[in-house]
Design a protein around this ligand. Structure first.
Ligand code: FCB
Length: 469
């Protein structure tokens, strides 16, 4: 498979990790002075989340973090990617740091370091303090300033023990699922506001990088974007143009300002009827393009689209493609995960090599990839999730192919360590390497956890896919 050694070995020093996010696992939403985030508000609104689920308890990780770090140690990972809850650290989104919140993350980080696991933090994985949404949220420029203040306060306290800092996770979801499709918090359906939100998220990122860089030149700073290749369903020019537009408003809307210092011209033209992007002030694009130490890439599926001159389809992704109401996603017939997402590892290869090809050399980490399946606890008490093992195996191999093709991929974080609160899907979708029984909070490593531990120990894949023990 790969030139790195006889089986399918990853480069020496390759980073192996798992990823989680605060609202999805922590619970304890009123502990230690934490105040509501937009996800607390949104999940408590009837009809927003499958089964009426909320993150009130989640995996109770806030109280069980020691056990969870033990699970990570068993996986043999070198790194753990998790997010800091802004409403724990700055409950109202401004002012002094909340000592209890800081204490929780300090204890978590110390526990990780005691197990030789490097923390890799995300400052914002979607839990905006509700007070800031009440003041207008991400469509307001002030939210970018608030974010940079929060980053500075937090980095100042924790940079001595955390080297890798990610500003934002998947700003596409925050901006377009949150403010255009209304499928995520805060549940607004205002396309122009979604474009402003995207810009202020990026501006907040750039301002945060600037101030953290000043505080410590040794910190490694980056951002995580979710990327999908966007293919036209046919060669028909209308479909080809549909794919171009979706690519602009999903991928290039972030990659271009971050890595080239300007928004794409075609995107500006595509959304002109909705917004003139008047919120982009002189100098903003330069701030956003502050040099990065790494780019995080999350990959779950490939998008295939076609032009649809008829009624817009009721699909949250389609609603999020601002300026492209006449485009619809197309199924190709590949097998799907429990999310209904088609399994296409070649899409991961394609996004990794695309970043390398179109945006020049930048160290890349796959900061999320994984799959939900309808796991069942077998009579022997175990979870035989061969489907997840083969999903991960194929995506690891796609990553190796991308490395062979020149992409500078330095690590891979599996989503997720634990089954958790899967946003609008609640607890129905299980992405964990470790099963969680929500009634008892019992953690049970799935077969995929044991398989993954073998991969991290070997820093590579065996010829056989499902090698266990
Ligand atoms: C990503 C999110 C992550 C998780 C996975 C399945 O979009 O970043 O929190 O929900 O999807």
């Amino acid at each position: 498979m790969s030139s790195h050694d006889d089986t399918a070995g990853f480069p020496t020093g390759f980073v192996w990790g798992t990823a989680t996010a605060s609202y999805q696992i922590e619970g304890a939403v009123t502990a230690g002075g934490r105040r509501p985030s937009i996800w607390d508000t949104f999940s408590h609104k009837p009809g927003t989340i499958h089964n009426g689920d909320t993150g009130d308890v989640a995996d109770d990780h806030y109280h069980r973090y020691r056990e969870d770090v033990g699970l990570l140690a068993d996986l043999g990972v070198t790194h753990y990617r998790f997010s800091l809850a802004w409403p724990r650290l700055q409950p109202d989104g401004k002012g002094a740091i909340n000592a209890d919140g800081l204490d929780f993350y300090t204890r978590l980080v110390d526990e990780l370091l005691a197990h030789d696991i490097q923390p890799w933090v995300t400052l914002y994985h979607w839990d905006l303090p509700q007070a800031l949404e009440d003041a207008g949220g991400w469509p307001e420029r002030d939210t970018a300033e608030r974010f940079a203040d929060y980053a500075a306060l937090t980095h100042d306290k924790l940079h001595d023990r955390i080297q890798h800092w990610t500003t934002l996770n998947e700003p596409w979801c925050s901006a377009f699922l949150g403010y255009a499709a209304g499928a995520h918090a805060p549940g607004r359906t205002e396309p122009a506001a979604a474009l402003a939100a995207a810009h202020h998220l990026l501006l907040g990122h750039g301002l945060a990088v600037e101030v953290m860089r000043e505080q410590d030149r040794d910190s490694r700073l980056g951002i995580t974007v979710n990327l999908s290749p966007v293919d036209p369903a046919t060669e028909d020019p209308a479909d080809v143009d549909a794919a171009r537009r979706v690519d602009a408003v999903s991928n290039r809307v972030f990659l271009d300002p971050l890595l080239r210092g300007r928004y794409p011209d075609d995107l500006r033209a595509d959304v002109a009827a909705i917004s003139d992007l008047g919120f982009v002030q002189p100098g903003d694009e330069a701030v956003i393009a502050a040099p990065l130490d790494f780019l995080g890439v999350n990959y779950y599926f490939r998008a295939v689209v076609r032009a649809n001159p008829g009624e817009p389809v009721p699909d949250p992704h389609a609603r999020a493609w601002v300026g492209s109401a006449d485009v619809e996603p197309v199924r190709t017939g590949l097998p799907t995960t429990a999310m209904g997402w088609e399994i296409d590892p070649s899409g991961l290869h394609d996004v990794l090599t695309r970043v390398h090809r179109d945006y020049g050399p930048v160290p890349i980490y796959v900061t999320e990839n994984g799959a939900a399946f309808d796991d069942e606890v077998a009579d022997d008490g175990r979870i035989h999730d061969e489907d997840r093992i083969s999903f991960l195996d194929s995506h690891f191999r796609a990553t190796l192919r991308a490395i062979d093709d020149g992409a500078d991929v330095r690590g891979f974080f599996v989503w997720s360590l634990l089954d958790n609160f899967e946003w609008a899907y609640g607890y129905d979708k299980r992405f964990g390497l470790v099963h969680v029984d929500y009634a008892t909070q019992t953690r049970t490593p799935k077969d995929s956890a044991r398989w993954f531990a073998a991969v991290t120990r070997r820093n590579g894949l065996a010829a056989e896919v499902a090698v266990l023990d």
